[in-house]
Design a protein around this ligand. Structure first.
Ligand SMILES: [Zn+2]
Length: 114
């Protein structure tokens, strides 16, 4: 069970790193005129949000390899994308926080894995 989760996570990461992923993001931004579709802010730090979540697409289409991801049309369909600023993106329900960054002054609790 645990192994599977780790595998899935790294797989998603691989897909996000693909050139196609970057192209998709750029296309979404261009279509929306680099404007947040929720609050209307232009420029600054913008993110391309998947309306149907990335994870759900992978799950629904049973995509488990990078090669399969490349042939999955919905994954690269800009109609499934929406430009959001960071603030609005955080409010979406399928927003995933990037890996926690360790900072000074932050209390870090270390949880041991069983
Ligand atoms: Zn916004």
């Amino acid at each position: 069970m645990k192994k599977k989760r780790i595998f899935k996570f790294s797989f998603r990461k691989q897909v996000r790193r693909l050139q196609e992923s970057k192209n998709w993001r750029t296309k979404v931004f261009r279509r929306d005129g680099f404007t947040c579709q929720v609050c209307g802010v232009t420029g600054g730090y913008l993110e391309a949000h998947h309306i149907k979540s990335f994870a759900k697409i992978l799950w629904d289409y049973k995509v488990s390899t990078v090669a399969e991801a490349l042939t999955c049309k919905l994954l690269w369909d800009i109609r499934n994308g929406q430009t959001l600023c960071k603030k609005c993106h955080k409010k979406t329900k399928n927003y995933r926080r990037p890996k926690k960054r360790r900072r000074y002054g932050q209390i870090i609790s270390i949880r041991r894995t069983k």
